[in-house]
Design a binder for this molecule. Structure first.
Ligand code: NAD
Ligand code: UDP
Ligand code: UDP
Length: 326
């Protein structure tokens, strides 16, 4: 159903109560769009969207995207999927279902109503990459049967579905390959490296480095990432992606631990733990495509982003003391 008036769009954000999704909902509301947030609250929380619930243009629907969804919108951001290894490995079959059945349902919805649809894909489609930095034309190096496969292969299959709906049904698609992103509203217990290190630093516990800490990642602050997603959605229809979105500045986990220590203003002690299976050794996006096609590049460096993240974790820890975190 076409819009009748104005530039205001009706936008569905699946996974909208999660870390990235809640920031995205906020930014879309700032632009005066109507936002429908659909989330089953598996890893997301109502607390992330509490401040949006009374907004006249915001609606929350508790729903699992593995089931069909019949709504009328102009655009769909498909973010529903647990993202941290601890969370997505908790119920791996559900993780694959969320990526694959979720993509089929959201693409079926987009096809029926003629909506534009963006998929939150991931750098994990490159697996443990054999080329460095990773460009979008690299097909990846993924173990199909390992403990990370439910996420990696689920996301790869979702990309396949997006491109097949595009070729077969002319569905307008956008595929973003998101690299490690951090910031306020990450779940403190989600097991990801930034939240783990920040919590450990704030609680004066040793920083848990998996393996020797020489593996690398590139960390993008959430505001930059959300800006990239919105630019991609607003780009010309020919720009389908996949497009890497991430911060190309690369750090070893040892360097990250030091940076967290500086941001939290504490002396950090290191505790080495075993490296999880299939842990990629290096990860760094080539973002020339995003720069060329979207005019996008990150603007917030790690020190600045960590300072904001530390402030957030400090605040929620104090907020919940002394009863404990919820
Ligand atoms: P998150 O876990 O905070 O958010 C995911 C949201 O999806 C949660 O609110 C969760 O409750 C919801 N969800 C999960 N399964 C669902 C289902 N079946 N039906 C409806 N809702 C469901 O994670 P995030 O970091 O905000 O990630 C958002 C998206 O971005 C994910 O698709 C993730 O794969 C992708 N991504 C994130 C990163 C990152 O570093 N944060 C990197 C690459 C890709
Ligand atoms: N679907 C949905 N909402 C819609 C339209 C479709 O959730 O508004 C789901 C529906 O459950 C279907 C899936 O999307 O299984 C794929 O739809 P499509 O039309 O591509 O395929 P088909 O219905 O023929 O299986
Ligand atoms: N990592 C770590 N200590 C932790 C959590 C993670 O050293 O407490 C490492 C992990 O082994 C990986 C990197 O940090 O090499 C990033 O892990 P994360 O789970 O954040 O994301 P992903 O592996 O999916 O990039």
């Amino acid at each position: 159903m076409a819009r009748l008036y104005g530039k205001q769009r009706r936008i569905l954000v699946t996974g909208g109560a999660g870390f990235l999704g809640s920031h995205l909902c906020e930014r879309l509301l700032d632009q005066e769009h109507d936002v429908l947030c659909v989330d089953n609250l598996f890893t997301g929380t109502k607390r992330n969207i509490q401040h949006l619930l009374s907004h006249p243009n915001f609606e929350f629907m508790r729903h699992d995207v593995t089931f069909p969804l019949y709504v009328e919108v102009d655009e769909i951001y498909n973010l529903a999927c647990p993202a941290s290894p601890v969370h997505y490995q908790h119920d791996p079959v559900q993780t694959t279902k969320t990526s694959v059945h979720g993509a089929i349902n959201m693409l079926g919805l987009a096809k029926r109503i003629g909506a534009k649809i963006l998929q939150a894909s991931t750098s994990e489609v490159y697996g443990d990459p054999a080329i460095h930095p990773q460009t979008e034309d690299y097909w990846g190096h993924v173990n199909p049967i390992g403990v990370r496969s439910c996420y990696d292969e689920g996301k790869r299959c979702a990309e396949t579905l997006f491109f097949d709906y595009h070729r077969q049904h002319r569905t307008r698609i956008k595929v973003a390959r998101i690299f490690n992103t951090y910031g306020p509203r990450m779940h403190p217990d989600d097991g990801r490296v930034v939240s783990n290190f920040v919590m450990q630093a704030l609680q004066a516990r040793p920083i848990s480095i998996y393996g020797d800490g020489a593996q690398t990642r590139s960390f993008c602050f959430v505001d930059d990432l959300v800006d990239g997603l919105m630019r991609l959605m607003d780009s010309a229809d020919e720009v389908t992606g996949p497009i890497n979105l991430g911060n190309p500045t690369e750090f070893t986990m040892m360097q990250l631990a030091q940076q967290v220590g500086i941001a939290a203003n504490v002396q950090v002690a290191i505790a080495h733990r075993p490296l999880p299976p299939d842990d990629p050794k290096q990860r760094k996006p080539d973002i020339s495509k995003a720069l060329e096609l979207l005019g996008w590049k990150p603007t917030i460096n790690l020190a600045e982003g960590l300072a904001k993240t530390v402030a957030y974790f400090r605040a929620i820890e104090n907020l919940n003391a002394p009863e404990g975190r919820t």
